[in-house]
Design a protein around this ligand. Sequence first.
Ligand SMILES: [Zn+2]
Length: 62
Amino acid sequence: MKIMIKEPNSKFIKVRCNKCKNEQIIFGKSATKIDCLVCGQNLSTSTAGKSKIKARILEVLE
Ligand SMILES: [Zn+2]
């Protein structure tokens, strides 16, 4: 059996868009760029497999 190692950035993160204050839940380890669904503001970019959150983090969901 393999032991699952929890990575700190593999969670769902609730963020608030800096531009329109829309709250959105994004995956912390997404390999793709994530934009706000309302105004299109970039919320997260991916660098070498790691996400860089550019919006305000409200909550980290387990
Ligand atoms: Zn927005």
